[in-house]
Design a protein around this ligand. Structure first.
Ligand code: F6P
Length: 557
């Protein structure tokens, strides 16, 4: 029997809670507080508001947070379902209620010996089996034992995927470039724009190229079209369909569809429905990472994430890094009115981290109904954006310093310099610290009329990795996964479905199938624009979704 909440049932309303109301009052009382004054009032502020977990150090002292506000935010966490929902997630309960699934990306990096039960069965054996499959495969490709159709070793790896089947492995392979196999090159194709795959295929040798078709569902239009184009290119170049098996593997939950595409059963690296796409880099979606840095490196990355999991599970909320980051975000989003969260890695190797965190955060918490389907009356997930520093200083820091927007910033950097460029690293880190200080202090040079004056009082966290290693990267990503989870629990939303993206997919299918009709089903704008598009294409074979350019195309709207 499904639980039905009667409309008139008096249900708990977050914004009417005593704690929430107290936070609103605290906002009124502290709205004009200067962050710098908090340091003057408490010389121990930095020591009290910084935290080390493994190879990560978080300084959250430069936030517009009085002791009373932080205490009340922690009360919000204590009064929420956090402790219960956290236990449910790790144990495999069905917390993704709209898709009726557990959420078990944490099981993928479970390096302990406790079982994880799904549908009455311990899933750890199949997780271990897939890890072994990844180990064997990555060692064969990296050692040169894996040969292509000409008998040569693999030199180029092309990952074809989008969203969580691209962003995680792409970000990690870039972040860990210095750990990468010297004879392997990695390419990531995601956009359905043909220019993307054309650019990658141009200059590749089919005899030494391996394609990984990464797709949880094996039904995503962009990925299938790119995979078909890659296969067509390969067969045209290599001359034989039979060779596809030595050059195409798949990471998917859909073994049947992968094999129908032409991938050998033993080269399908399976994962499971209870792994969300944006949480899947720990699964066989992480195959490119294992190929790039080796299986041992991949396990080190899992180790770092597992250590962060243990911290998240066992540290008191007051000393819990994901919880503190989540609560700081909730303070700005729900009580200060910030609309966005900036991610500024002062680390060129992390330049794809903002894009990865965009999907992780915005696809998880970009929701407006709670887990019961009721519209919420408070803000939820922020707009997450960012770019590396020091580049951002020459792009958007002007707005952050003197604009009218209030944007909390996460600065992220690694302490250990690369040999030979220590002076660059010193400049990088000192620039970051200077910016965090300047955002807080501002500058009151010539009084209020001074055009150069910066109001300051703009908050930031500084997150330092001792070194950008697989282990610390794993911990960093798990940290943000759990931060997103904590915010979702406090907002009482489902962070693990993504119904909003299905709508666009459905309409894209309808439009592409009816390109030749003047359908009244679409609004006048879409019809008019389709008229312009229609002039350039004709559908040769609807079943294959094949369209070709119309010769001498003309606009016929
Ligand atoms: O963006 C929607 C989404 O379903 C993501 O959650 C997912 O990571 C991406 O599309 C790709 O899906 P798949 O891995 O099934 O191709």
């Amino acid at each position: 029997m499904n639980l039905v909440i009667e409309e008139d049932t008096e249900v708990f309303q977050l914004t009417r809670s005593v704690t929430w109301q107290s936070l609103l009052k605290l906002r009124e009382q502290t709205a004009n507080d200067r962050i710098r004054d908090y340091f003057a009032q408490d010389p121990q502020r930095f020591d009290k508001m910084s935290l080390r977990v493994g190879g990560l150090f978080l300084d959250y002292s430069k936030h517009q947070l009085s002791d009373a506000v932080l205490e009340k935010l922690l009360e919000l966490a204590h009064h929420s379902a956090l402790v219960q929902r956290r236990a449910q997630m790790f144990s495999g309960d069905i917390i993704n209620v709209t898709e009726n699934r557990p959420v078990l990306h944490t099981a993928l990096r479970n390096l302990g010996d406790q079982p994880v039960i799904v549908d009455g069965k311990d899933v750890m054996p199949e997780i271990h089996a897939t890890r072994e499959q990844i180990k064997r495969f990555s060692e064969a490709v990296r050692s040169g034992e894996w040969k292509g159709y000409s008998g040569e070793r693999i030199r180029d790896v092309v990952n074809i995927g989008i969203g969580g089947s691209d962003l995680g492995p792409n970000m990690a392979c870039r972040a860990l470039l210095k750990h990468r196999h010297p004879e392997l090159n990695f390419h990531f194709v995601s956009n359905v724009d043909g220019a993307h795959i054309q650019k990658v295929l141009r200059g590749l040798n089919p005899a030494t190229t391996l394609f990984i078709v990464s797709t949880k569902t094996f039904s995503t239009q962009e990925t299938l079209l790119n995979a078909r184009t890659a296969r067509r290119w390969f067969v045209e170049q290599a001359g034989d369909d039979a060779d596809v098996g030595a050059h195409f593997v798949a990471a998917s939950t859909n073994r049947k569809a992968a094999m129908e595409f032409g991938i050998r059963e033993e080269n399908v690296f399976e994962f499971w429905a209870w792994v969300g796409g944006r949480y899947s880099m720990w699964s066989s979606i992480g195959l490119p990472i294992a190929l790039a840095i080796g299986f041992e490196g991949f396990i080190e990355m899992l180790q770092g994430a597992w250590e962060m999991d243990q911290h998240f599970l066992h540290a008191p909320l007051e000393e819990n890094m994901p919880v503190l980051m989540a609560l700081i975000g909730i303070w700005y989003i729900n009580f200060v009115g910030a609309e966005t969260q900036a991610i500024v890695p002062y680390d060129q190797a992390l330049h794809q981290l903002p894009s990865f965190l965009q999907q992780l955060d915005m696809e998880s918490n970009g929701k407006s109904v709670d887990i019961f389907g009721r519209p919420v009356d408070y803000k939820t997930g922020p707009i997450v954006w960012g770019q590396t520093g020091s580049n951002g200083q020459h792009a958007f820091f002007q707005l952050l310093h003197q604009g009218t927007r209030y944007v909390p910033i996460d600065f992220i950097a690694s302490l250990k310099p690369e040999p030979g460029v220590e002076d660059h690293h010193f400049a990088l880190l000192t620039n970051m610290l200077a910016q965090a200080n300047a955002f807080m202090e501002g500058s009151q040079q010539g009084g209020d009329l001074d055009p150069y004056s910066c109001p300051g009082n703009r908050p930031s966290s500084v997150l330092l990795l001792d070194e950008l290693t697989p282990r610390n990267l794993g911990a960093l990503i798990a940290l943000y996964e759990h931060k997103v989870f904590v915010q979702g629990v406090i907002w009482n939303i489902n962070s693990f479905d993504q119904w909003g993206v299905q709508l666009g997919k459905r309409i894209a299918g309808e439009i592409s199938e009816r390109i030749d009709e003047r359908s009244q089903d679409f609004d006048a704008s879409t019809q008019g624009l389709l008229g312009l598009v229609r002039g350039h294409f004709k559908t040769d074979d609807k079943s294959a979704g094949k369209t070709t350019a119309r010769k001498g195309s003309k606009a016929n709207h």
